[in-house]
Design a protein around this ligand. Structure first.
Ligand code: OFO
Length: 136
């Protein structure tokens, strides 16, 4: 695996982990403020992001790279209300989509068609998640 691609994938591992922790903090806030349905949604979504992270960790290692499990800053834990949760959700998904697009671009520059193919799963996933966040 080319070092440039490995670095980008390791950064992506961190973004997925960050999203997972961010959504967990949002779930916890919703839970303790009486928004149980919203809490369930973000607990579930936090788990999904963790799976996205793990999928990348395994791929980097399988391809002969070294996946780095990142240190993370504590996510924000106070929110003004549910609108803020959903605004942050959308912004986070838009950010992750941009980062995935950067990886796709670099894969093509480096003729890394294996990683390009693997990342198509994330492209489809982001399309769905961004649309869902926008609708909510
Ligand atoms: Fe990892 O799928 Fe959204 O961010």
């Amino acid at each position: 695996m080319k070092p440039e691609i490995e670095n980008l994938l390791n950064s992506q591992i961190k973004y997925e982990a960050g999203a997972s922790m961010h959504y967990l903090a949002m779930a916890s806030w919703a839970d303790s403020n009486g928004y149980n349905g919203i809490a369930e949604f973000f607990y579930m979504h936090s788990e999904e992001e963790r799976l996205h992270m793990t999928k990348l960790v395994k791929f980097v290692n399988e391809r002969g790279g070294t996946a780095k499990v990142p240190a993370l800053e504590a996510p924000k834990s106070e929110f003004k209300g549910v609108n803020e949760l959903f605004e942050e959700f959308l912004n986070s998904e838009v950010f992750v989509t941009e980062k995935i697009n950067e990886i796709i671009y670099e894969c093509l520059q480096h003729k890394d068609y294996n990683t390009h193919n693997f990342m198509q799963w994330y492209v489809s996933e982001q399309l769905e998640e961004e649309a869902m966040a926008r609708t909510m």
